[in-house]
Design a protein around this ligand. Structure first.
Ligand code: ARG
Length: 272
């Protein structure tokens, strides 16, 4: 039996959710969006985390920042230290100030904004004690070195090559310690070889599940919350003893985000 670990998450209510610009292939401003549907899907996810026993903190959404719901991009936290994002696209640049403010007000002492382009947990996922770090579309390779130094942890760089999977967390999810699932075709040949060496037992996603954003999942070590359309991934997870929980995130997917994008993990008590 898999054991769930209680997590602390930071989320942002999509009060101003919309698709008004396009910075990834999923975003089409001509396609109508419904903020109330986005809100309802987000609330379902929020309430599910709470029911599973996780602690959820909230950051106030800002008018004019429709992508702020994707809290994963706001920062990286570990051992009470916080590296706040530096966004690539001008539309999201102002979000950093909100995160700097939030962490400052909530007692986190070591809070710094990244010097190099760094889209937070969208591109940096902790597997065991190592960060898996994405580049190719958003975060830049120099940001990988910055994370290595700031958190004093090993970092493995991975290159994304398919624009639909522009953040690492759209192509790979950490399930527990060193267990991961990923979509091989989202990565360069070299990165695919590295992933094969590091994680020979990983779950591999097929095209359909990757396109349904099945890798944009959150695991607590037992429950794996992922888009409900990713059926084969759910079966593979169940075979390994996880409890997959499918959720509906179709509205937020119009902006290129799903479960994990909405969820920033808070690691380490700021008071320590
Ligand atoms: N529209 C947002 C962007 O392109 C979506 C971000 C999704 N977040 C993530 N962690 N993958 O920046």
């Amino acid at each position: 039996m898999r054991i769930a670990k209680q997590r602390r998450f930071l989320m942002c209510r999509p009060a101003y959710f919309d698709v008004r610009y396009s910075i990834n292939p999923w975003m089409d401003p001509a396609r109508p969006t419904a903020t109330d549907v986005g809100l309802a899907q987000w609330k379902w996810l929020h309430d599910l985390f709470a029911e599973l026993g996780h602690q959820v903190e909230l950051i106030e959404p800002e008018p004019g920042l429709p992508d702020m719901v994707f809290a994963a991009n706001g920062a990286i936290t570990l051992d009470g230290r916080v590296l706040v994002a530096r966004f690539r696209h001008r539309y999201r640049v102002p979000e950093s100030a909100s995160y700097l403010g939030w962490f400052g007000r909530h007692g986190w002492r070591e809070v710094r904004q990244a010097e190099h382009l760094n889209e937070g947990e969208g591109d940096f996922l902790l597997a065991g004690d190592t960060f898996l770090a994405g580049c190719g579309f958003r975060s830049e390779p120099r940001a990988h070195d910055e994370v290595r130094v700031f958190f004093d942890r090993p970092v493995r760089s991975l290159t994304l090559v398919d624009p639909r999977f522009y953040h690492l967390d759209t192509a790979l999810a950490v399930l527990d310690g060193n267990e991961i699932m990923y979509y091989p075709r989202a990565f360069s040949e070299e990165s695919r070889a590295l992933l094969g060496d590091l994680f020979p037992d990983a779950i591999l996603a097929d095209d359909a599940d990757a396109e349904a954003f099945g890798l944009n999942a959150v695991s607590d070590g037992r429950h794996v919350i992922l888009p409900g359309q990713a059926k084969r991934l759910a079966d593979q997870l169940a075979e390994r003893g996880f409890e997959p929980i499918g959720v509906e995130m179709s509205e937020l997917l119009k902006a290129g985000g799903s479960v994990k994008c909405c969820t920033l993990e808070l690691r380490g008590d700021p008071a320590e």
